[in-house]
Design a protein around this ligand. Structure first.
Ligand code: UDX
Length: 443
């Protein structure tokens, strides 16, 4: 079998940093490459630049083995490695719904130009279908003559907050467009997870690219489905949480991703469905595009719905009213506020003249740097003190298990709006709160 392949990971964001650490954990020698010196210095010092449970410990452990290092020197890393993982970001473009591919293209070109021997380039970033084919052409054009660089797509499905486990124990390993040799090499790279049961799906390049965005589109659709039904529940006096549990007993449906509420946000789902919408349109696949347009609209509509509830709770205007916002992260167990529904709602209420005080157990700092004009509290009590309305926008345990009796002493006869459907309604009402939730009849 020869020595274990040497791994370069280009891009050390959520995806790349986790992937680099996981590859080292699987026993390979790994170099993580980033153009951002600050990130490289932090990671080299054993510090993870974002909040991800379990990752700092594993990073420290793997740095200590000597198998893992980080650098800004792409030429050295590319010359050294056999397998090059492209893990850079594909943000939504500033001018349209399309994905901005400039980082993926730059990383691929950097690999091509610095090759000193034949190598395997493995795309992991989430890209529009058809990107791999273009990158193959780019590799062929930029690689030194006589050298062969094969390109394979191997999408990553990790969730924030569960990134380490998702990377080491993936639900599936998709290998798109691999030659027999490339497939064998990647089966060696992933020998650990494969031995532990992760299935391998071997397919062509466009299928691999599409698996990833389709998975995210399906998850987003599931959330928007239950949110659309939650509107029917509200109007008809039904309870969406009970309904979701009942639906979930059907194994064909499944209970996961049926939590109605403020909808999805984060660095992936919103941008990925918009990019797929855009790409489907380009390809003339209009039904897919129309479906995803609805998914996006329903999702954004939930944010408006919560803003409306807050206005209503304040008697028609939030001007100069005090609003306590519990939650800033786009979901619990992360400090990520990219496209966070919670901060979106908080900022909209601030714009309407409310005095908004936000508290989040982990995302306070990231929130403050993106939305410096909002007020920030250092704890639940401080956010709730004197509030006319309290909004629960991210379902952190700390909020779900907060004591409504104690909080009522801080906020008087306030309203609470449970935008994630996780509070115990009776407990809050018994403590004197006017309770409003999404997807259940008004109290
Ligand atoms: C997602 C995918 O799950 C992952 O496979 C992919 O690789 C990247 O995108 P992530 O962005 O980390 O992962 O978050 P996820 O846990 O999927 O949650 C996304 C959003 O959906 C959050 O804002 C969450 O609050 C919301 N959500 C989730 C709901 O509103 N209801 C649900 O039932 C589930």
């Amino acid at each position: 079998d020869g020595p274990a392949p040497r791994i370069a990971v280009l891009g050390t964001g959520y995806l790349g940093a986790t992937h680099a650490v996981a590859m080292a954990q699987l026993g390979m020698e790994v170099v993580g490459v980033d153009t951002d010196l600050h990130k490289v210095e932090m990671l080299t010092a054993g510090k993870v630049p974002f909040h991800e449970p379990g990752l700092p410990e594993l990073l420290t452990e793997q740095l200590a083995t000597g198998r893992l290092r980080f650098t800004t020197d792409v030429a050295e890393a590319v010359a050294w490695a056999d397998v090059h993982f492209v893990c850079v970001g594909t943000p939504q473009s500033k001018t349209s719904h399309a994905a901005d591919l400039r980082f993926v293209e730059a990383a691929t070109a950097a690999i091509a130009r610095n090759l000193t021997h034949d190598a395997l380039v493995v795309g992991k970033s989430t890209v529009p279908v058809g990107t791999g084919a273009r990158l193959r052409a780019l590799l062929a054009a930029e690689a030194p003559s006589g050298l062969r660089a094969e390109l394979v797509w191997n999408p990553e499905f990790l969730r924030e907050g569960k990134a380490v486990d998702d990377t080491l124990h993936p639900d599936r390993i998709v290998l798109g467009g691999a030659s027999r040799e490339a497939e064998a090499l990647l089966r060696r790279v992933y020998a650990g997870p494969i031995a532990e049961g992760s299935p391998v799906v071997v397919c062509d390049l466009p299928t691999a690219e599409l698996v990833k965005v389709s998975a995210n589109a399906f998850l987003a659709t599931k959330i928007s489905f239950i949110n659309a039904i939650s509107g029917v529940c509200e109007a008809a006096g039904a309870d969406v949480a009970v309904l979701a549990d009942a639906l979930g007993h059907d194994v064909r449906i499944g209970r996961q991703f049926l939590d109605a509420g403020l909808g999805f946000g984060g660095g992936c789902l919103p941008k990925d469905i918009r990019a797929l919408m855009h790409r489907a349109n380009e390809l003339g696949a209009y039904p897919a595009s129309a479906l995803l347009q609805q998914v996006d609209e329903i999702n954004m509509g939930q944010r408006s719905r919560v803003i409306d509830l807050a206005v209503e709770a304040c008697g028609g205007s939030v001007l100069n009213r005090r609003i306590g916002v519990l939650g800033a992260a786009f979901k619990p167990h992360t400090d990520d506020v990219r496209d966070s529904p919670a901060l979106n709602v908080a900022a909209a209420l601030h714009l309407r003249g409310a005095q908004v005080t936000v508290y989040d157990p982990e995302a306070g700092d990231t929130a403050r740097s993106s939305f410096p004009t909002l007020g920030y509290a250092t704890g639940v009590d401080e956010a709730v003190e004197g509030a006319d309305v309290v909004l629960v926008l991210t379902e952190w345990d700390e909020f779900v298990h907060a004591d409504p009796v104690h909080l009522a002493t801080l906020a008087g006869h306030a309203s609470v709006i449970d935008a994630r459907g996780k509070l115990d309604v009776a407990r809050w009402q018994d403590a004197g709160w006017t309770f409003r939730g999404l997807g259940r009849a008004a109290a």
